[in-house]
Design a protein around this ligand. Sequence first.
Ligand SMILES: Cc1ncc(COP(=O)(O)O)c(C=O)c1O
Length: 433
Amino acid sequence: MEIVSYAKSASLLERAKKVLAGGVSSEFRKYNHPHAIFYSHADGSRIYDVDGNEYLDFTLSQGPLIIGHSHPHVLKSVGDYTEKGQLFAGQHIKEIELAEKLNKLIPSAELMRFCLDGSSAVHTAFRVARAKTGRKKFLRFEGHYHGWFDNVAWGLSGNAAALGERDAPNKYPWSEGLPEHAKDEFIILPWNDLALLKETVEKYQDEIAAIITEPVMCNNGCILPEQGFLEGMRELCTKYGIALVFDEVITGFRLSLAGAQKYFGITPDMSIFAKAMGSGYPISAIVGKREWMNAIEDAKVIHAGTMNASNPTIAAALATIEVLEKEQPYERMFRLGIQLMEGLRKAAADASQELLVQGPGPMFNTAFTDLAVIKDHRDTLACDKARLGKFIAAMHDRGVRIIGRGLWYINAVHTQEDIDHAIEVAGEVLRKM
Ligand SMILES: Cc1ncc(COP(=O)(O)O)c(C=O)c1O
């Protein structure tokens, strides 16, 4: 699947740039190789661009396509239900069915609300936590991505010096235009350091409404929590009446049908689900224990949205979960993911390349570094990003599509042949690098 040309994409990008800022509708799409690419269609584990190039897709469109592109059951369910109407600005039966399903599956999902995306659901959790505790701040971790809103667009820097001291990190902005006061809303710490977390929570216990964490630090290094870290966080939250918020935007429906909370056996107070829940349709959920979510129930906390829970999004989520329930692809996704990780490690060793491959399997990260393990965001800053860029670009030129920061996703329709092919291509690329 050698790529011949990106000429049509390049020409469409020039046209797009005249009317779309930067030629795209989401920042990350700019940084494809060799530039933003225009796609024509996608099916299963394959995606095709306007130049006729075919890619074996490990980006899954940043995660959502867990049962593959254009799954027939999803498309049919969305089509059938949308024929009855698109958006009622009122309730409909499948909305209850979906909520009942999540309630059965997810340990913390006693009450919930549906939203459009991860960012707005995260925002809702902060509002609930502040209202219930009367405290103002949330505590979050360096390198964790919780969307692009003002109060979470910090601490994602690629610059080690800008981050400051480990035990008192600077609040480094990710974007221009962030209001200074957004800085006062949060405390930020390196991840995976329970002693530092404990010390900080004890010091600021009267100010912290919520602690938010990705249960696996997928967005940066695909880092697993150290033994006892999430448990310790849970204990601290319970002890000090702080809301523990799991951002399961990536881990949800990916580590298990019930997300990371079932996988690790730790029940947060609230959690955010998005991406894989809706096979690419704009739906997310904030779910939580009744004692927290009842702030929304009795309208103390306002959560709203004209487009929330539209017919196509609810039908897409129900259909996706039905397929996951029926096919139970988890054992397979773990097995294929681990095989791919091992294959990449071996290919790198054979080519004398220092490639670190880490993660649980259904998602994992590749980084060029001599570290034996990446433990937090600061470790990721020491990795060779230029080398990674070359690797990803060369894989792309050979028809294997990986997320630019080195993240790979496995879906339920990747086959053994897909895994073998990716390892073979990676071996070829690594030897040439
Ligand atoms: C862990 C996590 N939380 C929140 C978000 C924001 O979700 P969205 O892009 O749907 O607003 C993302 C997006 O990648 C994410 O990975």
